[in-house]
Design a protein around this ligand. Sequence first.
Ligand SMILES: [Zn+2]
Length: 239
Amino acid sequence: MSHPKALATRALRGLRRVGNGVLDLVYPSRCLGCGARPESPQLPLCPRCLSGLERARPMEVAARLERLPTGGSAVETAHALWVFDKGGTLQAVQHALKYENRPRYGVPLGRLMGAAYAERHPPPDGVVPLPLHRTRRLERGYNQSAPLAEGAAAHLECPYRSDLLMRPHPTQSQTGLSRQARWANVQEAFRAAPTCAEGRWLLVDDVLTTGSTVAAAARALRAAGAEAASVLTLGLARH
Ligand SMILES: [Zn+2]
């Protein structure tokens, strides 16, 4: 039984979500970078802001994972599309995806992620969104990684598989935790379904910071028999 206050908070959140949806209908979307009207209403950024984003270098993504206690050994390849700066354009995009109930931006962004991945790697057997624990998903209303993974799967022409990876244990938010604490926090967070065996999967998440979360998710897939687990994120947090 939920506490009445918690129910009220949830109801208010729901109302705000409806409100945002109505606002989106009344005022057509603006570029989250500069406020201009974007040419494509599907993308949250105008072409100028989009081309102004700095591409993440694959070597830097790999180097980030190598700094983990296990060296990210469960991850076959890791790829991030853009560099993520605090207070930058990409953070505004991530915030909209995560907290402002604008999952519709996720699919076209995921398609761009899929295109960047396809430049270097063959398509996987399926794309797996990084799951949220049930409580977190209820709070937000949806998992922001899901539309990104759907878009990437659509571009790579492979199945979207949200059934392979579960997050049965709630974890503390990674924000503000040290590298070591982030690592310890997510080690037992994920469980993979036995159906993931004999597949090469691509895990999709929004932002890679230390890589602890995606590495733990990849490890769960490998422990359940997956042939390989690679990682694709929208952003690589600048260090
Ligand atoms: Zn713009």
